[in-house]
Design a protein around this ligand. Structure first.
Ligand SMILES: Cc1cc2nc3c(=O)[nH]c(=O)nc-3n(C[C@H](O)[C@H](O)[C@H](O)COP(=O)(O)O)c2cc1C
Length: 222
């Protein structure tokens, strides 16, 4: 039995059988889950749709509560409630799947808000100055993170000419250990803004790669 936490965040929706103005990242997410189910492997999916249920932005009261020492007040428990819920979902997951568009060369604001709630001191990382210049240490482990992305331009993959502009993949890969992810996989569809044959091929390639990855990850581990 595998627990998948699926985080989606495109401002666009996705419905099967509609062809236009649909979220490509959500389509890739749906494809991944469908393939996982098809494998017959027992799986439980928790879907958090950040566009429908937007995480709150953290503020000074949140930070004070997150860093508070000793017993928390009732108000502080309430302030941390959403973050607690998000962290519990992460702790329960074996695989975290994030489907995300590239907005302004980075992640959508709702996804960043989710990460700010998710990565918390003494919950997902410890902080100890005795470790010298690297005081932060992730506390969760053993998970895989799958990023299913879509962008309008192209050339953003590792080794390609525009990789330095891609603050979506590199940022999420950098944060992955703080979610307990020791493996990071990324698949992206490109050229959405060009709406030409390159986009059609890139989308099909991404679908094929997603199918392969879901089938590989749904194999029982020994
Ligand atoms: C607000 C906004 C900002 C965008 N910024 C970029 C960008 O910086 N680079 C890029 O290649 N595409 C950009 N795009 C195009 C999207 O990444 C592309 O449409 C992608 O397919 C969106 O994901 P979705 O299909 O899952 O909604 C942007 C689109 C929007 C709506």
């Amino acid at each position: 039995m595998e627990n998948i936490l699926y985080i989606s965040c495109s401002a666009r929706k996705y419905h099967e059988n509609i062809s236009q103005h649909q979220s490509i990242s959500r389509m890739l997410g749906a494809q991944f889950l469908a393939e996982f189910n098809r494998s017959g492997y027992e799986v439980e999916v928790t879907h958090r749709n950040l566009s429908e249920k937007q995480p709150a932005f953290i503020d000074d009261t949140f930070i004070a509560a997150a860093f508070a020492k000793g017993t928390l007040t009732k108000e502080q428990h309430l302030i941390l409630e959403e973050s607690d819920e998000i962290i519990e979902e992460i702790c329960n997951a074996d695989i975290i799947v994030i489907s995300s568009p590239m907005y302004n060369y980075g992640m959508p604001a709702v996804l960043k808000a989710w990460f700010d709630m998710a990565i918390r001191i003494n919950k997902t990382f410890s902080f100890d100055l005795a470790r010298g210049n690297k005081p932060l240490k992730p506390t969760l482990s053993g998970k895989a993170l799958v990023l299913l992305a879509s962008w309008g331009e192209f050339g953003f993959r590792k080794g390609e000419s525009q990789y330095h502009l891609n603050h979506l993949s590199s940022h999420i890969e950098q944060l992955a250990p703080y979610l307990g992810a020791e493996k990071f996989y990324e698949i992206a569809s490109e050229y959405q803004e060009f709406a030409d044959h390159r986009h059609q091929s890139a989308k099909q390639l991404a679908i094929d790669e997603v199918t392969k990855l879901a089938s590989m990850l749904s194999k029982p581990k020994h």
